[in-house]
Design a binder for this molecule. Structure first.
Ligand code: C2E
Ligand code: MG
Ligand code: MG
Ligand code: MG
Length: 282
């Protein structure tokens, strides 16, 4: 938060800040240790084709449970990894693990993987990813990289270059959390994304009012207009599901289908029928 303070602004010292500081140092050293010990691992949430209910793939979502049993949310430790310069290492470890896990899934299932906006400034990003695909033997066509609008906004030309580089290798690229990141629609039309992920906030309000619903309809229409499939994040209710299907949204994910699960649970999950899956998540 400190870096968001305007230039020259002075923050008065308060005892609470010291406590926060000590906590932060402890968290940081716990994080470094967890990284070394490989205690931060991907879990996986299924991506569903809405009209058929088929599983099209899984999104890798990083999970860290400390030795004392506290689970630290990814937004917290991803930010920590970014601030400490450890994001590249964390991401490489997670991707290596995730690609190895994905090799065990049916060939039709893609792995989608989140990258931090900071990573798009790394000129070696493409090479690092390709190296990991080679090492693990996962075909590039089974990997999809998720990037948020903030990466696009920070460096539009750089982002396009990276997307093209990945796509030239056969890797797909999705725009994550669409609608929350202030990229201009003009820019969007020029971005060669393969998929748009509609942010959970839109899914949640979809159906609340005619206006909310028409915002979601417009996003789906926008995707189709530029030739890109859409996926709705955070589907929690059957009425959201039905409405999104009606609006022509192709894919979805959310607690209605399944929560993120550890790698070891995926083969059981794949063995269930669609009905069994839905009743399990309810
Ligand atoms: P995201 O990429 O937009 O991931 C979707 C988030 O929504 C996940 O939160 C997921 O658990 C949650 N979610 C899925 N379905 C539902 C639902 O029906 N209802 C609700 N309330 N939530 C749902 P999670 O796992 O806490 O991750 C938060 C964010 O942290 C991710 O947002 C992503 O930006 C970031 N993140 C997670 N793993 C990684 C990673 O390996 N690398 C990077 N760079 N970022 C990651
Ligand atoms: Mg994501
Ligand atoms: Mg998202
Ligand atoms: Mg999100």
């Amino acid at each position: 938060a400190a870096k968001r303070d305007g230039a020259g602004s002075v923050r008065r010292f308060e005892p609470a800040m010291l406590a926060g500081f000590r906590e932060r140092i402890e968290l940081e050293s716990a994080f470094r240790a967890a990284l070394q010990d490989d205690l931060i691992q991907p879990h996986y949430q299924p991506l569903i084709q809405l009209d058929t209910g088929e599983i099209r793939g899984f999104e890798a979502l990083a999970r860290w449970t400390t030795a004392s049993g506290t689970s630290i949310p990814p937004v917290v430790f991803i930010a920590l990894a970014e601030e400490t310069g450890l994001i590249t290492e964390l991401s490489e470890r997670l991707l290596r693990r995730a690609c190895a896990d994905a090799k065990e899934w049916p060939e039709s299932a893609v792995l989608t993987f989140n990258l931090s906006p900071l990573q798009f400034a790394d000129p070696l990003l493409g090479l690092r990813i390709i190296q990991i695909l080679k090492e693990t033997g996962l075909p590039p066509s089974r990997l999809e990289i998720e990037m948020t609008e903030s990466a696009v906004v920070a460096d539009f030309d750089g982002a396009i270059k990276t997307i093209r580089q990945l796509q030239d290798c056969g890797i797909k690229v999705a725009l994550d959390d669409f609608g929350t990141g202030f990229s201009s629609l003009g820019q969007l039309a020029n971005m060669p994304f393969d998929k748009i992920k509609i942010d959970r906030s839109f899914t949640r309000s979809c159906g609340d009012s005619l206006k909310q619903t028409s915002v979601v309809r417009s996003i789906i229409g926008l995707g189709h207009g530029i030739g890109v499939a859409t996926l709705a994040e955070g589907i929690e209710t059957t009425s959201q599901l039905e409405l999104l299907k009606q609006l022509g949204c192709e894919y979805g994910q959310g607690f209605l289908f399944a929560r993120p699960m550890p790698a070891a649970r995926i083969s059981d999950y794949l063995g269930l029928s669609n009905e069994e899956r839905l009743s399990q998540s309810a």
